[in-house]
Ligand binder design. Structure first.
Ligand code: FES
Ligand SMILES: [Fe+2]
Length: 272
């Protein structure tokens, strides 16, 4: 049996700094969905773990991602989401195109050595699975499909992700280190006691409920309890699936009407 991580790793700021370099700078992370970029000229800001990013769909219709960090003094260049031709930093008004190029910087024409071409936003790799947008916070990245492993195919057995319509998003703060929240996602040992409603519908006994790992992913498959089948689902999704994609992305599909909820667990600091 593997021991748990040392307890200091759940509160030490130095560990979070090392996790940022070793984990969040080197992994694909879910940042949002295509519906947040409904037309050319749109953008949204997000977090790849502790790394601020901005995802854009410029006039050329290309999907791009950048560090959401101004090349001047490091202020964010975008908040929320919207439709704009440019991203303008609210500190000294440097203005970037949605393609990341620096277009204007006040009084830069007076600086003989100023090279706007060298001051584009720092590009990150970006890719999609269906409507889901992922960023890898570096210019070069391994393929997204390697990180997702079997998950798209497994989810595809229950529903077509391209037919999903966005319903709602909720953000919530958890008074815990990010790893505790991820670890909770890796087991259903707690389900019988912590989720009595869920466990009355889904058979969480170890003989029925399956947990598998594959590459950077872990997947759980929960069949319905006998007798719940037609009454609960109306003949629709008769199974649940829960997936976790390294390092911080969870996907839930509950029995019943076709549904999918997903999201990243983002550290705000070493502690709550
Ligand atoms: S920090 Fe962005 S313009 Fe100065
Ligand atoms: Fe739970």
């Amino acid at each position: 049996m593997e021991p748990t991580l040392p307890w200091t790793w759940y509160s030490d700021p130095e560990i979070l700094r090392r996790e940022t370099d070793a984990i969040f700078r080197r992994s694909w992370q879910y940042v949002g969905h295509r519906g947040q970029l409904p037309e050319p000229g749109t953008y949204f800001a997000a977090d790849a773990g502790p790394i601020p990013v901005v995802v854009t769909r410029a006039a050329d219709d290309e999907l791009r991602a950048f560090a959401n960090v101004c090349r001047h003094r490091g202020f964010p260049v975008a908040d929320g989401n919207g439709k704009r031709e440019t991203l303008q930093c609210r500190y000294h008004a440097w203005t970037y195109g949605l393609d990341g190029r620096l277009r204007t910087a006040p009084r830069s024409d007076r600086e003989r050595l100023f090279e706007a071409d060298e001051l584009s936003l720092v590009p990150f790799a970006v890719d999609t699975w269906g409507p889901f947008v992922f960023v890898y916070p570096a210019a070069d990245a391994p393929p997204l499909r390697d990180a997702l492993g079997p998950v798209p195919e497994l989810v595809g057995r229950l529903l077509d992700v391209d037919t999903l319509e966005f319903r709602l998003r909720s953000d919530f703060d958890l008074a815990t280190n990010w790893k505790i929240a991820c670890e909770n996602f890796l087991e259903c040992y707690h389900c019988a006691t912590a989720h009595p409603g869920f466990s009355s519908v889904v058979d969480v006994s170890p003989d029925s409920y399956r947990l598998e790992t594959d590459g950077l992913t872990s997947s759980q498959f929960g069949p319905l309890r006998d007798g719940r089948r037609s009454a609960f689902t109306g003949g629709e999704l008769e199974r649940s699936q829960f997936h976790f994609v390294w390092p911080n992305f969870g996907i839930n599909i509950f029995p019943g009407r076709p549904n999918l909820s997903c999201g990243p667990i983002v550290p705000r600091g070493p502690e709550p």
